[in-house]
Design a protein around this ligand. Structure first.
Ligand code: FAD
Ligand code: SF4
Length: 534
């Protein structure tokens, strides 16, 4: 199949790009591949939404029924201690006047309708598994994975070969730590002039709470407990419409203690005396987790290569101090569309490099917004107190300091188990706090059992020989879906069991494994979580 533009991923960046392409040139053939079973199925965000990019893309979004229902009305920021809390000034970046509390899953579903009305072809249930190159190593398209392959690589009765989609430009919009983007960054050395990307893991639950406790539009962020002073992290609690509350916790993946479990920290947070009452009488209706990019300005790789571009979180356009990436993801997709339309008007052939996208992004408001806050997140690398003082300085000086702090790869930050004490986490009560596997069932994740494992170990001996010995195999704890278990086999030898069917596609293992031995590749299309409205 041949297109002018193929977009990988139906998140806000990919959909905004597709819509803008068709707005600018109705004659372009544009298609989107999405690995989730439907648009929105793999989408997870907070989300407080800044409508700046949407206002530019679809100014009459209100009339068109965009699901932006709940206006942000109250911003509260607290520093938690173990038993109480104290007031903390809300950082200016986190003021949410004019923003909305939304389900990003629902917004992407609506954006997909707008794109389809303009003639964009969207193929949910199709994962892009491979980048296609011509003989000169230029990108000319992607191939979707074969369906119906058993775990030994043999074809089953359900076999359907993957398809090749060729395009004059391929737009990679895979979200945080895209699996194809990872190969492109290596192949074209796109990080030659940028820092490593750094990440956080966000664990989220959606609750329906007692109407008397619900306060639509209220936003609460906390820092402090249960994080220790060395670990970057904090919570969000957003009151949406219909008595829904989005509650979650982000832990910076530069954490050092290998015994830390981001999942358990999130459960523990809910037990805080000033938090737990909100959930009394309510019920958790959905669960999920996703990594988010935190590196900011200095970790943005080169954005173009022959035949394609990177947009959205896979390029790293999240504003960490704001905890917002939806507006910047959408804007990057729109800028890419403008650059591509201009480029294709004079470059008919496949595999050419749309270099103007890089300079167009550098002129956009995304660039200046990210540059201004570039030193805030890396300041926390030296601990909470240093981070807060540095953040205050950077905010007062509006990012005009003549230096740029460096980012370091998260997997290199993990300390040895021998230097830390195991953390005793409280047992779940099944009402407010839950064990991982029960919660995973609320992500509706599903993977066909008989297929090659999509969590590939480069060296199968490393989990036991290196990771278990040196780090007490941290995958047992950082995975929010309980995929990795150290068990004893029949000969009483330790081995790593990979319960890949539980994976919620958060990408944390590919990021945090201290040996960089786990390669996350796409499973069969449609597999993975089925988030209703995350
Ligand atoms: C826990 C958490 C809380 C957040 N809170 C907020 C917030 O409050 N406000 C805010 O503005 N931002 C927030 N963000 C950030 C925001 O969600 C992201 O910046 C935004 O989703 C990025 O959009 P994207 O299109 O780049 O990627 P995504 O939204 O991740 O979408 C990528 C899509 O591509 C698909 N895909 C990936 N690889 C392939 C492949 N190979 N083949 C086919 N399909 C593929 C995925 O299934 C997915 O649907 C949060 C993020 C997280 C994780
Ligand atoms: S296996 Fe990896 S990608 Fe899947 S849920 Fe666990 S940490 Fe996330």
């Amino acid at each position: 199949m041949e297109y002018d533009v193929v977009i990988i991923g139906a998140g806000p960046s990919g959909l905004a790009c597709a819509i803008k392409l068709k707005q600018l040139n109705q004659d372009l053939n544009v298609c989107i591949l999405e690995k989730g079973s439907e648009v929105g199925a793999h989408i997870l965000s907070g989300a407080v939404f800044e409508p700046r990019a949407l206002n530019e893309l679809i100014p009459d979004w209100k009339e068109k029924g965009a699901p932006l229902i709940t206006k942000a009305k109250k911003d509260i920021f607290r520093f938690l201690t173990k038993t109480g809390s104290f007031w903390f000034p809300t950082p200016p970046q986190m003021h949410n006047k004019g923003n909305y509390i939304i389900s990003l899953g629902n917004l992407t579903r609506w954006l997909a309708e707008q794109a389809e009305e303009l003639g964009v072809e969207i193929f949910p249930g199709f994962a892009a598994a491979e980048v296609l190159y011509d003989e000169n190593d230029n990108v000319i398209g992607v191939a979707t994975g074969d369906m119906g392959i058993d775990k030994d690589g043999n074809q089953t009765e359900a076999f359907e070969p993957g398809m090749e989609l060729h395009a004059r430009q391929v737009v990679f919009a895979e979200g945080c730590h895209g699996s194809l983007t990872k190969t492109l960054i290596n192949k074209y050395n796109l990080r030659e002039n940028s820092d490593p990307q750094t990440y956080g893991i966000g664990i989220k639950e959606l609750w329906e709470i007692n109407p008397e406790k619900h306060d639509a539009g209220k936003i609460l962020h906390t820092i402090g407990w249960p994080m220790d002073k060395e670990t970057y992290g904090g919570s969000w609690l957003y009151h949406l419409e219909d008595n829904l509350v989005s509650v979650g916790f982000v832990v910076g993946l530069d954490y050092k203690n290998p015994y830390l479990s981001p999942y358990q920290e999130m459960q523990r947070y809910k037990t805080h005396p000033e938090i737990k009452d909100l959930f009394e009488g309510g019920r958790r209706i959905a669960y999920g987790a996703r990594a988010l990019v935190e590196g900011g300005f200095q970790s943005i790789p080169k954005l173009t290569f022959p035949g394609g571009v990177l947009i959205g979180d896979t390029a790293g356009f999240l504003n960490t101090p704001k905890i917002k990436g939806n507006h910047t993801a959408m804007k990057s997709g729109m800028v890419a569309a403008e650059s591509i339309v201009a480029h294709l008007s004079t470059n008919e052939e496949f595999g050419t490099e749309c270099t103007s996208y890089q300079s167009d992004m550098e002129k956009s408001w995304v660039w200046s917004e990210l540059k201004k806050v570039r030193n805030i997140r890396p300041g926390f690398h030296k601990g909470l107190l240093h981070g807060l003082i540095n953040a205050a300085f950077e905010t007062i000086t509006a990012g005009l300091a003549p230096w740029t702090l460096k980012n370091h790869a998260d997997h290199e930050q993990l300390g040895k188990a021998s230097d830390y004490e195991p953390i005793e986490y409280p047992k779940p009560d099944g009402i407010l706090t839950f064990d991982r596997l029960t919660n995973v069932s609320f992500s509706n994740t599903n993977h066909a059992e008989d297929q090659p494992v999509h969590l590939q170990l480069i060296d199968p001996s490393i989990p036991v020989q290196v990771n278990l010995k040196e780090y007490d195999e941290p995958a047992q704890r950082y995975c929010p879906a309980g995929v990795y278990e150290i068990i004893k086999d029949d000969a009483e030898e330790y081995k790593l069991q990979i319960n890949s069917q539980n994976c919620v596609h958060c990408k944390t293992c590919d990021i945090k494994d201290p040996s960089q031995n786990i390669n996350w590749v796409v499973p069969q299309g449609s597999d993975g979580p089925n988030y209703p409205n995350m």
